[in-house]
Design a protein around this ligand. Structure first.
Ligand code: ZN
Length: 247
């Protein structure tokens, strides 16, 4: 059955992937809304919804950094999963053109994928909300945060903000436009580890379908597009371990 999937991927002329929290949790990253998700963690120093709330960030950005130090800035301690690794390999071989991701953990990049469109923003850049032209790469920000500090603007001295989209902010317009274009021109989209409940991510496979393309869904929960998927699997780790073997 994995062979069938690999044949589909090889036969596609433009294959893209949409990845959600299920891909991250394989790397031991906690999702936000799941059973053991950050939003349900009583041990967390603050209500997790507030960590990514722009209103709270503007009032006191140190709270975000204190809370996020252990799950955004510990990339060195995180391992790319078999899904990240196989997707990167598929891109190298020319089978996969783009990854559209809802995740903010930089693991696709760590695995070696180059065309990654982050529609919920990304911590790969930190910028000043008050000064134009200030930007600090993830690695430098992470070193400061892990040492217990805060990345500061060299111009005004205020704490920088990661380019992750917070609640109360607009999604990155350019990334969304690119993602929509990739989805539309895909004749095959792999929908991985997302229950398609959060828009506009959930629209991406619909763009592919509307453009006459096919979708494959791998997710451990039902989605509203299951009936339209040409192939459907539950277990991401099993499917991608299988793909790794036939690659
Ligand atoms: Zn500044």
């Amino acid at each position: 059955m994995i062979k069938e999937l690999f044949e589909k991927i090889k036969g596609a002329s433009y294959c893209s992937a949409l990845t959600g929290a299920g891909v991250s949790t394989l790397s031991g990253i906690r999702d936000f809304r799941g059973k053991n998700g950050l939003y349900n963690d009583p041990a967390l120093s603050m209500d997790a919804e507030k960590i990514f709330d722009i209103g709270y960030f503007v009032k006191d950005p140190s709270l975000y950094y204190k809370a996020a130090a252990s799950f955004i800035y510990d990339l060195d301690d995180k391992e790319a999963s078999v899904v990240h690794i196989v997707l990167a390999e598929l891109e190298k071989r020319g089978y996969l053109k783009a990854i559209i991701t809802q995740n903010i953990d930089l693991l696709h990049q760590k695995a070696g994928s180059s065309r990654v469109i982050e529609i919920h923003g990304s911590p790969k850049v930190h910028y000043c909300m008050y000064c134009e032209g200030v930007s600090l790469p993830f690695e430098e920000a992470a070193a400061i945060v892990k040492a217990g500090g805060f990345p500061l603007c060299p111009k005004c001295g205020k704490i920088l903000k990661p380019a992750i989209t917070f609640f109360g902010e607009n999604l990155p317009a350019l990334a969304l436009k690119e993602a929509g274009e990739e989805a539309q021109k895909s004749d095959l989209m792999l929908v991985l580890g997302t229950s398609l409940t959060v828009f506009p991510a959930a629209s991406m496979p619909e763009y592919t379908l509307r453009g006459g393309g096919e979708i494959v869904i791998v997710n451990n929960m039902p989605t509203h597009l299951d009936g339209l998927a040409v192939l459907h699997y539950n277990d991401l780790e099993e499917v991608f371990s299988g793909l790794k073997d036939v690659l």
